[in-house]
Design a protein around this ligand. Structure first.
Ligand SMILES: Cc1cn([C@H]2C[C@H](O)[C@@H](COP(=O)(O)OP(=O)(O)O[C@H]3O[C@H](C)C(=O)[C@H](O)[C@H]3O)O2)c(=O)[nH]c1=O
Length: 323
């Protein structure tokens, strides 16, 4: 098959392109600027230039393919840039949905676990876990806009779209060019950070997620069914310890206390207001990193053959790639 991939310069998109190639499929990638040659090295992917709002380019690319993987997104963990996030993540998805309906092409939409319910250590969330007030109203531009992107796809399904939605956890692994989540590895191994965030993540391997994305295009029911692609549910404190043990740097001492986080949020937001530039430490990002994003991926394991490899392999390979 020939697959049109948005976000192909990103962590997940690039891994999807590489696995499509390895499986003998053709691919076409949307790029906004001429990419560095290393990003597409070894791939026979055809590049088309434009963004999610380049109507003619999108139209032609979708018409010319059998399926679309939409993984382009703006990932801003903060409360500013909401309009920009909505434009890219919701309206950009609408442009892709409309083209897929027009040419009757299958869509695999990449969501995020951050936009669905949050579970607990004893009961990790699955696709049916109801939202609660603490998970429904997180004022983070990324979360709000990604939720809106899922609604846009589901609305498309009601209009005849054939679609599957996947929600990856915290992905680590190779081909993280920017880097995306690999930035955490860079940050914790660059300078000593004694206090880790309070919450936790479902850490998964981007290669396993990419394989499930391709399985989703090939085998899913395409009726808007949603799949969590999580991994190992661990605290950031444990994760940082694992990373620093491997990089040979000093690990965290303790998770941050609630009072310190509250103060850091206020100071971060104040700095944002006076500099007009939001730093990584802000109230929305702190709220996100204080939650336990722990997930159960059984549905994807049973229906898409999703496999979660050992955390050791993921961390070793991600660190080797980044460092
Ligand atoms: C802001 C912007 C970005 N992009 C592209 C650029 C990259 O190719 C891609 C984002 O890649 P990044 O490495 O930042 O993110 P990932 O870690 O791969 O994110 C993935 O997983 C998480 C869970 C997701 O929400 C994303 O939808 C999904 O792509 O989107 C565009 O094409 N247009 C734009 O306007």
């Amino acid at each position: 098959m020939r697959v049109f991939v948005t976000g192909g310069t990103g962590l997940l998109g690039n891994n999807v392109l590489r696995q499509l190639e390895a499986a003998g499929h053709e691919s076409v990638a949307l790029v906004r600027q001429p990419p560095e040659s290393k990003v597409f090295a070894g791939l026979s992917t055809r590049l088309v230039h434009g963004d999610l709002f380049s109507e003619e380019t999108i139209d032609r690319a979708v018409a010319d393919c059998d399926a679309v993987v939409h993984s382009a997104a703006l990932i801003h963990l903060g409360w500013t840039r909401l309009a920009e996030s909505m434009r890219i993540n919701r309206d950009g998805t609408k442009a892709i949905v409309d083209a897929c309906i027009k040419y009757d092409r299958k869509l695999l939409h990449v969501g995020t676990v951050d936009s669905i319910a949050i579970g607990s250590k004893r009961a990790p969330a699955n696709e049916s876990t109801p939202m609660t007030s603490s998970t429904q109203n997180i004022p983070c531009s990324y979360v709000v806009s990604k939720k809106a992107s899922v609604e846009t796809v589901l609305d498309g399904v009601r209009r005849g779209l054939r679609a599957t939605i996947v929600h990856p956890g915290f992905m680590l692994g190779p081909w993280d060019w920017k880097p995306s989540s690999g930035r955490m590895i860079v940050e914790v191994s660059k300078a000593w950070r004694p206090f880790a965030p309070r919450g936790g993540a479902s850490v998964c391997d981007v290669r396993d997620v990419a394989a499930a994305v391709i399985a989703g295009i090939e085998h899913a029911s395409q009726d808007g069914r949603q799949y969590i692609l999580g991994g190992h549910n661990i605290t950031y404190f444990q994760l940082w310890k694992e990373i620093t043990r491997r990089t040979g740097t000093r690990g965290p001492v303790t998770p941050t206390g609630p009072l310190a986080l509250w103060v850091a949020g206020i100071v971060g937001d104040f700095k944002t207001r006076i500099t007009n530039r939001e730093s990584d430490i802000n109230s929305a990002a702190i709220r996100m990193s204080s939650l336990f994003h722990w997930y159960d991926s059984s549905r994807a394991e049973n229906e898409l053959g999703y496999q979660i490899r050992g955390l050791e392999e993921t961390l070793d390979d991600a660190i080797q790639w980044i460092c």
